[in-house]
Design a binder for this molecule. Structure first.
Ligand code: FDM
Length: 212
């Protein structure tokens, strides 16, 4: 058996606007896969536990100011610092559920006016997700759901721009999920979709790189 046909974990990414339900769905999917006895971990970006992540966290909570390019590169660095650990976990058979990834990086920064291709460039070479679940919800409807917090970017007009930029990133790994339905309906579709991908990775689908 060559290395490319070895069983591995799946990289499943959740993307969507703030208040689209990503965090709830990530938690439900984690419990579901754990219940099936599947090795699985839940990750999120930004990972605020690292020193780069703490700089990002200070920026998001308006405790520091950074140039738009600089914060973009910090978000990317925060993914790069986890890349080798990600590869090791996937190859060891652990499925990773990831709350936000490079698509958030590009959609949020380009919505601020940064060049789209410039935003994509530092993400090239990160591990490509097997599946991107895009929780699709009209920005107005997301805003009605219990309101936004105090962090930077949690404003309706900005979220509308982010939604437009997300749509430019859709590729063959994406599944668009209508997230304006009930939590239970969304959960059902998420579970059905993910199961298929977990099996194909167990059958030895090779890892690939993002945007390179
Ligand atoms: N965000 C998140 C970015 O601007 N770039 C990125 O690369 C990532 C991963 O950070 F507003 C934005 C999206 C969101 C904020 O995300 C923090 P959480 O999910 O609310 O922690």
């Amino acid at each position: 058996m060559d290395a490319s046909s070895e069983s591995r974990g799946a990289l499943v990414v959740f993307e969507g606007l703030d208040r689209s339900g990503k965090t709830s769905q990530c938690g439900r999917l984690l419990s579901y896969l754990e219940g099936l006895g599947h090795p699985v971990e839940l990750w999120r970006f930004p990972d605020r536990t690292t020193s780069v992540g703490q700089m990002i966290s200070a920026y998001l909570s308006n405790k520091s100011q950074l140039d738009d390019h600089t914060i973009h590169l910090l978000f990317s660095a925060n993914r790069w610092e986890k890349r080798s650990m990600m590869e090791a976990k996937l190859k060891a058979g652990t499925t990773l559920i990831v709350d936000r990834y490079s698509y958030s990086g590009v959609a949020f920064s380009s919505a601020k006016g940064l060049d789209f291709e410039w935003c994509k460039a530092p993400e090239a070479g990160l591990i490509a997700p097997d599946l991107v679940l895009y929780l699709d919800i009209p920005p107005e409807k997301a805003a009605e759901r219990g309101g936004y917090g105090d962090e930077r970017y949690e404003q309706l007009e900005f979220q509308k721009k982010v939604a437009q930029h997300y749509k430019l990133l859709e590729d063959s790994a994406w599944k668009i999920i209508d997230a304006s339905r009930s939590l239970e309906d969304v959960e059902k579709q998420v579970k059905e979709t993910v199961s298929e991908y977990v099996v194909s990775c167990q059958k030895g689908k090779p890892l690939s790189s993002l945007w390179s």
